[in-house]
Design a protein. Structure first.
Length: 354
């Protein structure tokens, strides 16, 4: 078997090289490159978080899983994914536009407008009480900012707040900087927390990155708070869940934190193979162009190679819908909506009212 991808292998020195597919492109820079971010006012609070005792363990054992086309353990995947998103944080928004020809904006706009935050109570809670939206793997804030704009401006309902949660401080910090452009009322309704989606009982408010060598992904041992049971009206995750090491654990956590009647909504890349001609063009583009664009624009081929492989590995629509059902959600109809022929899909589930 060929050698491991050099940059990702640096992220986990003990990674067995035989787990990786052949890859001939050397990255010109270290995955842990410097993240240049404004450090202004990074302290924040979340409406969901309960103080809790600090915990020390990670959520799961070290079972095997996939990192793109490679086989790794769950803890290795967590570190590799963290390295990928630390590496891409600064170029993430620009690369999204280039890779998708701007389509990700249309999908995100559609995702948010169909959820229609702020229009009506999303769960069985008192209609006059604030609606809490938890945007998991929220990264640089694209979904959270749209949610706030839709609720506060389109639906003229300022009684909606959003927490952006992500395992990666570099991504969240870019989001925090971007949020400075939002109207003050929307900034006030926004909070940032670091957490692993697979265990939302361990979170902490976003802390600034102080040095280049500092670990930029969340360590559960530093947790100071928890997202309580039955506290969230709407749980969103966009283009995040395929990166999780233990997707069923994350779905169970979504079910735990949602109020009865609360909505789980996931926007993720999916399968377009119902349209074979279109699908073959799309696959060519993904596997040939995206890693190359990553190399030319972001100086980072490996991370974008992982992104296309992770899309390929993600379960098909029916299989993911069944995982949502297994986690205790109810779905209506077939349970998902295809976007652009299935290149992406929106899955939704409702936590049953008891
Ligand atoms: C492709 S980005 C999506 C960001 C944003 N939701 C968007 O649509 O632009 C994926 C995000 O998932 C985060 N992520 C990966 N694994 C995670 C985990 N186990 N828990 C929480 N976030 C995770 C990454 O740090 C990254 O910010």
């Amino acid at each position: 078997m060929a050698a491991a991808r050099p940059a990702l292998r640096r992220a986990i020195p003990s990674l067995r090289s035989s787990t990786f597919l052949p890859h001939h492109h050397q990255r010109p820079q270290c995955l842990h490159h410097h993240v240049t971010i404004s450090q202004r006012s990074l302290s924040t609070s979340s409406p969901f978080c309960n103080d809790t005792q600090t915990t020390t363990s990670s959520p799961s054992s070290d079972r095997e899983t996939h990192f793109g086309f490679s086989t790794v353990t769950e803890s290795q995947k967590r570190q590799l994914v963290a390295s990928v998103f630390t590496s891409v944080a600064d170029s993430y928004d620009k690369m999204n536009d280039l890779m998708s020809f701007g389509w990700h904006r249309i999908w995100k706009d559609h995702f948010v407008s169909t959820l229609n935050p702020g229009f009506a109570p999303l769960s069985s809670s008192d209609p006059s009480s604030p609606q809490h939206i938890l945007d998991i793997a929220g990264g640089t804030g694209d979904i959270a900012f749209r949610m706030l704009h839709h609720a506060h401006t389109v639906n003229s309902n300022p009684n909606v707040n959003v927490t952006i949660s992500d395992i990666n401080r570099a991504m969240l910090s870019v989001g925090k900087s971007r949020s400075a452009e939002l109207p003050a009322s929307q900034q006030a309704a926004l909070s940032f927390v670091e957490a692993n989606a697979e265990d939302l009982s361990k979170t902490r408010p976003l802390t600034p990155i102080l040095s280049q060598s500092e670990q930029t992904f969340f360590d559960p041992a530093t947790a100071t708070s928890s997202i309580p049971d039955n506290s969230v009206d709407l749980y969103t995750v966009a283009f995040g869940i395929r990166n999780f090491s233990d997707i069923p654990a994350a779905l169970r956590e979504a079910n735990r934190v949602l109020k009865p009647g609360g909505i789980f909504a996931c926007l993720e890349f999916s399968k377009a193979d119902r349209h074979p001609l279109f699908n073959s063009v799309y696959k060519e583009w993904s596997f040939r162009a995206i890693p190359l664009i990553g190399q030319l624009v972001a100086g980072d081929r490996d991370s974008y190679q992982y992104l296309v492989e992770s899309i390929e590995r993600f379960p098909r629509q029916e299989e993911f819908r069944d995982m949502i059902l297994d986690a205790g959600f109810k779905v209506s109809g077939q349970g998902w909506e295809d976007l652009t022929g299935g290149v992406a899909a929106i899955h939704r589930g409702m936590k049953p009212r008891v």
